[in-house]
Ligand binder design. Sequence first.
Ligand code: ATP
Ligand code: MG
Length: 356
Amino acid sequence: ATSARQSLTIGLIPADGIGREVIPAAREAILAVQSELPQVKFIDLLAGWETFTRTGTALPRETVQALKEDCDCALFGSVSSPSRKVAGYSSPIVALRKELDLYANIRPVSSVSADRTQPPAVDLIVVRENTECLYVKDEKLIHTENGKEARATRLITERASTRIGKIAFELAKARSRKLLTIIHKSNVLSVTDGLFRESVRAVPGLPGIDGRFDDVTIEEQLVDSAVYRLFREPQIFDVMVAPNLYGDIISDAAAALVGSLGVIPSINAGDNFVMGEPVHGSAPDIAGKGIANPVASIRSAALMLRHLGYVSAADKIDKAVDDTLAPAEILTADLGGKHSTTEVTDHIMGLIKKQY
Ligand code: ATP
Ligand code: MG
């Protein structure tokens, strides 16, 4: 999908807190590999809590319009959320996922071995369906003779399960182990999880796929045992695909395996748009101090470029990050170091430039 593009316009939405300190680092990383990209252009866009307090909206119309009309992709920092409910405020990231139909949340979690000849202890990708399941928020509270009763509807469709399945197969195919594990609980929820599982399994046989995924191995794992095994033997997993709720839990659980939230990237992807987003939040405890780890954002930029097909540009960024993390000399405080955001960023940029 790369060849036709004459230019690459990237929306930058740092939003709140450390988002403002780490998104500029991701921007630098993209500029450092720009010789391998079509002409890069950045557009600065507003969203978030601070924008809400100034303008009364957390996601200005101009931001959505610019993303839809002018941008090929975007990088989102992080939003602070108020500790109590504030009238009129809702999360811009949730709204953006809806507006742009970003139905897949993709989160690679990998460790870097100090001895680079050894494979990493953890090297997996969680692919989470992002539009349905229990998160359609169809909840009801009724009063019965025996007290209150609450119900929630869980939506699983063939269409959404198939499209997330396709993305997961593509990712598995691009990796060396080519292993896809479907996460579900169809022994209990045989109708909903049964449909998810069958829809994903059916992807290799769909019209037009033509044997494309023949080399991908498909496994299944019940969600409870998947979490157990994720903690006991994370190395058994390669690509995991899950409905929204299980995916939410598994992706946070997986994040706990590698030390700091400050190193984990993600993308939100749809058929026509992709948005990179570090997994961490706005980190109010360290915001403004210049000590936030830029790695999650830099890796999110790489992941976004990889998704768009710019594989060798993405590889160069990831290699520079690995070559920074493995020797563990230039690190931010969350990884036990004492270097600043800028020092770590500069070091990574230097290592990218060395590859040209
Ligand atoms: P939010 O409500 O915006 O999610 P939070 O208080 O939950 O804010 P997180 O951003 O989720 O904070 O981070 C949780 C912890 O991890 C905090 O102590 C934070 O300082 C730390 N942390 C998160 N991201 C980074 C980073 N990039 N670099 C260093 N530390 C980080
Ligand atoms: Mg948080």
